[in-house]
Design a protein around this ligand. Sequence first.
Ligand code: GDP
Ligand code: MN
Length: 408
Amino acid sequence: MDIHEYQAKEVLSNFGVTVPRGALAYSPEQAAYRARELGGERWVVKAQVHAGGRGKAGGVKICASDTEIQDATEGMFGQKLVTHQTGPEGKGIYRVYVEEALQIDHEFYLGFVLDRSSQRVMIVASAEGGMEIEDISADRPDSIVRATVEPAVGLQEFQGRELAFKLGLDASLVQQFVRTLQGCYRAFTELDATMVEINPLVVSGDNRVIALDAKMTFDANALFRHPHVAELRDKSQEDPRESRAADRGLSYVGLEGNIGCIVNGAGLAMATMDTIKLAGGEPANFLDIGGGATPDRVAKAFRLVISDGNVEAILVNIFAGINRCDWVAEGVVQALRETQVDVPVIVRLAGTNVEEGQKILAQSGLPIIRATTLMEAAERAVGAWRNDLSQGVVVRDPGASKSLEAAS
Ligand code: GDP
Ligand code: MN
């Protein structure tokens, strides 16, 4: 789960990281008022969206008066900010953060990530701040310095000093830098973050080490342990399809194609999408119903996938270990009876109670296209989708039901 810059700054400042003074606003008038409250002569107004690259996209503006703040924020509120990280649809601006403008002497990059190969938290830093890390690693890879943290002892001061030295930081700033690193590291581990990025971390004109920008991502599966973090969620920044699924305890990933996928398990989801592509189709999404899905849950999943306007065929692919094929089949039948579904539905079941599952589908009298293997299912889904597009009819597969009648 991502949070806003102003939220990340508040979190990090509670762990001892220095951040600029700032205040949040929900309207241009409030932004101007906030600036007056903060005092000073120059302010930075920053669109709060869950994406970086705002500076280049017009989402960060330096202002020197009330009117400038009002003008700058008028152009932000209610608009979609499109940066190289948001995708072409952009992200809506509903909050603006107003900060005192600082004089910047130097910009550094500082990031904390999970390094899978060493299985540790890794600190990545560079004296080439302000640019995106992807650009730094393409243009100035030699400027990047790294350190991994031994989890049993945590981040050690000597590691911080070593990084400061490699970055060419002035000796008088090392203490502040080390405190910043330790604050970020503690926030990362204590709050189950998966990423902390400060870009830029600056040395200000008055010789302070300050996080000018902040980004944090949290492990969604650990949010139950951190209610204060969970509260920071902002649904306006999420794909509405994904938030609706999350609210129902289902995990959903929205994609660009036309074939909706209902599967169990992330690995099977990947394989299903690969196979759809191999068969010449494009997945519209995948919805993971997880293990032990009840008919009710399956029906919920179905309704969610149907509500996606891009979906022109639905492929249900279940390999039941903990799950039960008969429950999945019941869920599919329930959803098709309760909801108007005018796209072809392809179901492939394997594993626990598969015979009962097939029987339920066959006896339902519903136009469900059945398949035995994944490849067959993907081909039928793509075939049915093409057919459906050209002729506007739902295809029934007599072959599949015949072989089933023989089996039952
Ligand atoms: P991002 O583009 O979404 O990563 O937004 P940032 O918060 O990193 O801001 C982009 C850039 O705006 C920074 O790299 C700075 O160069 C500049 N900037 C932000 N705040 C200030 C400030 O207080 N003073 C000055 N001079 N520049 C700032
Ligand atoms: Mn930034």
